[in-house]
Design a protein around this ligand. Structure first.
Ligand SMILES: [Mg+2]
Length: 185
């Protein structure tokens, strides 16, 4: 079984909070336009370091904007494809999987307007990925920028110390530093 690094998408791999939302033309945080996909500094290099060490890279991302009617699942998938394209241009061989949770209990668009076991902080996306891709969860890591990412990792069976929070104001500023910590551990 392969070990994985589960990666949050927004503000872990690609910009979100720092985008000029008044120009993006969507509610703040709801990125579903490929034209606004920008890799964060160190994201591609961090992925290369992890892939080079043999980790499967699996993105697990909440996109409740689908349930809220801001965009469609196809918009989210187009956005994800643009991210993969930019990662590839940055020398990343590829991702083992991208898991999207389009559900939100306060959404308006059926059938997505319900709570769902995939929605972080629940561990459903990680557990589904582990099953489908034959991944060793206990030997895996989670990297994200918010508490619910860490909570999802812990709930899936990843040890707390293997769930890393990244961000400009955090101890680990970005994915590259997280990757170095993972590979050096
Ligand atoms: Mg995030």
């Amino acid at each position: 079984m392969r070990r994985a690094v589960f990666l949050d998408r927004d503000d872990t791999l690609i910009e979100n909070g720092s985008l000029p939302w008044e120009r993006v033309g969507a509610p703040r945080g709801d990125l579903c336009d490929p034209a606004w996909v920008r890799l964060l500094p160190g994201a591609a290099e961090g992925c290369r370091v992890l892939a080079g060490a043999g980790y499967a890279l699996v993105v697990v991302t909440n996109q409740g904007l689908v349930a809220r009617g801001v965009g469609t699942l196809e918009d989210v998938e187009r956005t994800n494809r643009r991210m993969v394209e930019l990662l590839r241009e940055g020398g990343v061989p590829g991702l083992a999987g991208i898991y999207v949770c389009p559900y939100h209990p306060r959404g308006t668009v059926a059938p997505y307007n319900v709570e769902h076991e995939w929605r972080k902080p629940a561990p459903g996306m990680i557990l589904s990925a582990a099953r489908e891709l034959d991944l060793d969860v206990s030997g895996s890591w989670m990297v994200g920028d918010s508490a619910r990412d860490v909570e999802a990792g812990i709930a899936s069976g990843i040890a707390r110390e293997r769930c890393l929070l990244v961000g400009p104001s955090r101890e680990i500023p970005g994915l590259l530093e997280a990757a170095r910590r993972i590979v050096g551990s």
